[in-house]
Design a protein around this ligand. Structure first.
Ligand code: PLP
Length: 410
């Protein structure tokens, strides 16, 4: 019988048994590793003798974290990075050369969009923006130099869900790689490979980590893309087959950019993963109750949360996400000044960025995460100044309702 999500996760084993059979995989706080012979260390560098040589390129604690993620995603390869942003950057560096293009949704976490439109564009990458809820617009922008379609499955903070079946058919027809940021849809509710995603990127800072204690990122290769479709990966694809992308990602990009996850953070995030589905369910239950409560409040103009039956994404949430939307919701008040006043009166919910912390966190996205967005891009994403984002934690629901009730009353 196939094992369940938590059993697979908790009983994933490392490549080598720990010397003392420690139940919790230890932190290997070391930069380098000793070799018995010069031939051995040469072999490690030349990939003929698999071994850790230097912790920028590989570390047993980080490797164990990657193994755990493999066990719950069924992925072909998993490579950890120092942050979610580093994971996105490394993916683009692996796939793209100057003159290539990518098609991205402008409705994503603000820094992800600016990474493309500011930083990567200035290096010669052509960045094409398209609304992923209108797939004909995405299709019209694909050409022979399109290296990937990049979007968030449940996007932050808009909480829209793309039509994954249509997107999967489009990607297959055009032989283009589907790369999704699945940070808000972790593997306890969402099977990325099943819905046609070739590469998932995760900010493990969020649900994976133990409630807001560390920053990290993951690139998850589901082993389903034919890398010969990308001209500069063809030689590697001949040699390494479905491991071509992950080989370049780890051996060249991770090593040369040095954006490695520290073993301390890998340890914290491995522990975080052990309770992820429990924390997720509690956040999900709290968020659903709060969304329903906010919808009935006279001061609240609009609530967005895909578990609400009147959400335009209710059906997609049932179909793709096992009917669970997690801890993030948004609501609108009558003005920005009213949003600020309500936020300032909160006593339990913290004014902070980040999401899926164990504590509930609240933020006004337009004046913070999107403060650096150029006016034109802001128009395109249509982010309201009246919108508040609430990342619901695992506190008792009565305390969250009481806190919001007193804040909304003033
Ligand atoms: N992707 C999403 C959906 C995010 O919300 C964030 C951060 O909030 C990131 C990526 C970036 O991750 P990190 O902060 O770990 O670099």
């Amino acid at each position: 019988m196939a094992r369940g999500f938590n059993t697979k996760l908790l009983h994933a084993t490392s490549q080598k048994k720990d010397a003392h059979s420690a139940i919790q995989f230890p932190i290997y706080a070391t930069s380098a590793y000793g070799f018995d012979t010069a031939e051995d260390i040469a072999g490690a560098f030349q990939n003929t003798r698999p071994a850790f040589a230097y912790s920028r390129s590989g570390n047993p604690t980080v490797d164990f974290f990657e193994t755990r993620v493999k066990s719950i995603t069924g992925a072909n390869q998993v490579v950890a990075f120092s942050s979610g942003m580093a994971a996105i950057t490394a993916t683009v560096f692996t796939l793209c050369q100057a003159g290539d293009n990518v098609i991205i949704s402008p409705k994503m976490f603000g820094n992800s969009v600016l990474l493309f439109t500011d930083t990567l564009k200035s290096l010669g990458l052509e960045v094409r923006l398209a609304d992923f809820t209108q797939l004909d617009r995405v299709a019209a922008k694909i050409d022979a130099r399109t290296r990937m379609l990049f979007f968030e499955v449940l996007n932050n903070p808009f909480l829209e869900i793309v039509d994954l079946e249509k997107l999967k058919s489009l990607a297959a027809e055009k032989q283009v790689m589907l790369c999704a940021d699945t940070t808000l849809t972790p593997p306890n509710i969402f099977d990325a490979a099943q819905w046609g995603i070739h590469i998932s990127i995760v900010s493990s800072t969020k649900y994976f980590s133990d409630g807001g204690v560390s920053v990290g990122g993951l690139v998850i290769d589901h082993g389903t893309f034919d890398w010969t479709a990308i001209p500069h990966l063809q030689a590697l694809a001949t040699q390494y087959g479905k491991n071509a992308f992950a080989f370049k990602l780890r051996k060249e990009i991770l090593r040369n950019t040095g954006a490695c996850l520290s073993p301390f953070n890998a340890f914290l995030q491995s522990i975080g993963l052990e309770t992820m589905s429990l924390r997720f369910d509690r956040m999900n239950d709290n968020a659903f109750q709060l969304a329903q409560w906010l919808q009935k409040h006279p001061a609240v103009k609009k609530v967005s949360y895909p578990m609400l039956p009147d959400s335009p994404y209710y059906e997609s949430c049932q179909r793709y996400l096992q009917g669970k939307a997690g801890g993030l919701l948004t609501f609108e008040l009558e003005s920005q000044s009213r949003c600020f006043a309500v936020m300032n009166r909160l006593k339990v919910i913290k004014r902070a960025t980040n999401l899926s912390d164990n504590r509930s966190l609240i933020i006004h996205p337009l004046s913070t995460i999107y403060a650096d967005f150029p006016t034109e891009l802001l128009k395109e994403i249509n982010l309201s100044e009246r919108l508040i984002r609430l990342s619901v934690g695992i506190e008792e629901i009565e305390d969250l309702i009481d806190d919001l009730a007193q804040a909304l009353q003033g």
